[in-house]
Design a binder for this molecule. Structure first.
Ligand SMILES: [Zn+2]
Length: 256
């Protein structure tokens, strides 16, 4: 598996080109510096590539449920990396699918992963007091692909996509948001904003895999034919749970 290594952004977990300037300052990527995310920190078990990518696809589209237990163990390890700083008592909220997508796929992979991870943590680290709140967050509408959208269009694309069904249930609670993949982080930002608006005390994010936003010159992750910088190796298709595409655009998605 492609484990994450090297200097990482203390907020979103993206890899950093340069280590932090001082020993005390937590390193933060350009995107998080320009537009700090509403969540405290996002962790992932590994990179969305190679065997990890295959395993997630097998689970999500092939409904290969034996893979779910192993992936749940990995997600539990990712959550474990937060243990030094995150509250131990959290409400676990899987990123919801829109009901049409749920009907099509038959299950919410984020919810299934959360269930397996919680089962694993209950055995391996009982200090966690994690409660699954599978229906606290609702996806109000299907969001179109993020590929080729400007930062403003991305923002509009996800604006109002999430709502909290019962604000009383999340008010003053620390929330652990779960998804299979973190791509641009726009989905996690939109979901976290909805939870904070409903009164959540803080939002933390754990995913199985993350796409690396930082990219080497000559590489392109975009699928937009207008991408003028496409060159070199064939583009890697990166799809998040909601079908939003990863794009190399390093601009902030939520400026306000
Ligand atoms: Zn960051």
């Amino acid at each position: 598996m492609n484990l994450l290594a090297g200097p990482m952004c203390a907020r979103c977990g993206d890899s950093l080109d340069r280590p932090s300037v001082g020993p005390s300052a937590a390193p933060v990527c350009r995107v998080c510096r320009l537009a700090p995310p509403p969540f405290v920190r996002a962790v992932a078990y590994g990179l969305y590539q190679g065997r990890m990518k295959e395993a997630i696809h097998a689970f999500k589209y092939g409904r290969l449920h034996p893979a779910a237990r192993e992936l749940g163990r990995m997600l539990a390890k990712a959550i474990g990396r937060m243990s030094a700083e995150a509250p131990r008592d959290m409400l676990v909220v899987p990123v919801p699918l829109h009901r049409s997508k749920l009907a099509q796929r038959g299950f919410n992979q984020a919810r299934s992963l959360a269930q397996h991870a919680l089962g694993e943590l209950a055995k391996s680290d009982p200090a966690w007091k994690l409660t699954l709140a599978g229906s606290s967050l609702m996806r109000l509408r299907e969001t179109q692909s993020q590929a080729g959208l400007s930062p403003r269009e991305r923002r509009l694309n996800l604006r109002g996509a999430f709502a909290v069904s019962d604000p009383g249930a999340v008010a003053d609670q620390h929330i652990l948001l779960i998804d299979d993949i973190l791509t641009t982080g726009a989905t996690a930002r939109a979901a976290a904003q909805a939870l904070l608006k409903a009164g959540a005390a803080s939002v933390w994010v754990a995913t199985l895999a993350r796409a690396q936003r930082s990219f080497a010159p000559g590489q392109s992750f975009g699928e937009n034919p207008r991408d003028s910088y496409r060159a070199g190796p064939a583009p890697v298709e990166l799809l998040s749970s909601d079908g939003t595409h990863f794009s190399p655009d390093p601009l902030p998605f939520y400026e306000e």
